[in-house]
Structure formats: C-alpha cells, structure tokens
Design a protein around this ligand. Structure first.
Ligand code: ZN
Ligand code: ZN
Length: 272
C-alpha cells in the first residue's frame, strides 16, 4: 500500500476516464490520493472529487505561477474551502522563479521583482491560513530555494511544509528538515539522470519523506514522457526501496505513516 500525496486529478488529461484512473490506482495498491488545487476553481474541484471518491483527499491553494491572476486577498476563500473534513492541506503554494517575466520581450527586471513580490504575498497568505487552521502546506519551489526558506521560517513553529517534487541535494533536504518540514519524491527519482535525487533520498531519514506522482506530469520509468497517473507511485516506490536498501513493505509502512502524521486529517478520516 502506498499513497499518492500530490496528484492533479482535475487536469483535462483525466477528464475522460477519471473513475478508471482511480480504479487503476487502487488495483496497484495506491490507497489514498491527494488531489492538489492550483487556483480556486481547481481547489473547489479537488474538494468535489474528494466527496465523490472515498480514496481521494484535497489540498486547496493557488499555484505561484498563476500569482498575477489571484485575488488580492485569497484568505477568506482558502479558509472556507479548508474547513472541509477531507481538505488535508493548503497548497500548492510557494515560489517559482523558473519563468520570470523578463524572459519575454517588453518586460524588465522591475517586472520580475513585482512578480516575485506577488508570489511572496500569496505564499504568505497560505501560510497564515495554514497556521490559523493547524494544517500543513504543500510547497512548490523552483529556482527559488533561498526566498522560499526565508518565507517559511517565521511560520516554522506553527506550519509544517512538504517541499513537493523534491529535486535538490542532501544539504538542501537537511535545511528543510531542520525547519520541521519534509520532502516528497516524484518519478524523477527513477530517471537515468536522477542520480543526485537518489543520493538526496539515500540521505533522507526514513520518516522525513513521502511519495507522489505530480501527475499528469513526470511519469516514472518505464513510462517517462507519457501521461502520468497515481498508479505509477508503485514504480517510484520500487526505486525508492532500492535506494533505501529496504523492502517494499518497510517503505510502505514508513511513507504511509509519515503521510498520516503530516496530513493529520488523512488519518482522522481513516478512523471515521
Ligand atoms: Zn508543483
Ligand atoms: Zn503540482
């Protein structure tokens, strides 16, 4: 049994066959799927899927790449959505400096700064709501590690974050764990050129990481380049067990227990 702690089930890629996708995940032993919102519409949709499918849970948030389209104050809407019993986290949120405005003609470094400020404000709003509600935060970080850690630090005593799709080195993992947060690994772990990520996993304590697909993106080997789906956590788990030098059973027990501790409402729903 494994959990897919980060899936985008609302993507149009799945629209034609969502019940089949979820059934295939179940058949592969993926017992729980957390569907992640990237704006208010997809967050509301994630909640709806959680109501519809017993194994699906939701995280509600606004992705940093869409920061410019976000309402000025997202907090009331997040608050409202996050009260739902199957909403286990805020996010995804965070900072993404991979595609800054100045890459496009007509934009300057000043536009980059405005964009970064907007993302930071939005990230902070998620952290505030997470702190108020006692929920964890699903954090997206790309080319923005230092600023992401600086933004999280003042909340670290109240909010745990998961640095999802972790693709940095062991030293970065240690800084994240030192803040009380943790990391989660995608199909990149299985890529031929994913050596540095496997090294980071090897150094990660058994109780400080989770598994995810980030589907429909990042399908693991042997599906690389194709549409990804939650069932493929199995392929990620097999490589993770090799890297950790443990059995699949031990990896299952560790990663599921970590996810249940991190997403407290996941285990509350399990008991109910
Ligand atoms: Zn992300
Ligand atoms: Zn995502």
């Amino acid at each position: 049994m494994f959990y897919d702690t980060h899936a985008h089930l609302n993507y149009p890629d799945f629209a034609a066959e969502l019940p089949e996708v979820i059934a295939r995940a179940e058949a592969a032993g993926i017992a729980r799927i957390i569907s992640i919102g990237t704006d208010l519409a997809s967050s509301a949709r994630a909640v709806k899927l959680a109501e519809e499918f017993p194994n699906v849970f939701a995280a509600v948030g606004w992705h940093p790449s869409h920061a410019t389209e976000a309402p000025e104050d997202l907090r009331p809407a997040l608050h409202e959505l996050a009260r739902h019993p199957k909403v286990v986290a805020l996010g995804e949120t965070g900072l993404d400096y991979y595609r800054l405005p100045s890459r496009k003609p007509g934009f300057t470094a000043a536009d980059d700064e405005t964009y970064k400020t907007e993302q930071a404000g939005l990230f902070r709003q998620h952290l505030e709501v997470a702190a108020e509600l006692g929920l964890p935060c699903v954090i997206h970080q790309r080319d923005s590690l230092e600023d992401t850690l600086v933004a999280l630090e003042p909340f670290a005593d109240r909010v745990r974050g998961v640095f999802h799709c972790f693709a940095d080195d062991a030293a970065t993992m240690r800084r994240i764990v030192a803040l009380g947060s943790l990391v989660s690994f995608t199909g990149i772990l299985t890529f031929k050129n994913g050596r540095n990520i496997r090294d980071a996993l090897a150094a990660t304590p058994m109780d400080q990481f989770m598994l995810e697909t980030d589907c429909p993106f990042l399908a693991p080997m042997p599906y690389r380049g194709k549409r990804c789906e939650p069932a493929y956590v199995k392929e990620i788990a097999e490589v993770a067990a090799q890297v950790k030098g443990c059995s699949l059973e031990d990896l299952s027990a560790a990663t599921c227990a970590t996810a249940e501790r991190f997403f407290e409402k996941l285990s509350a729903a399990k008991k109910a």
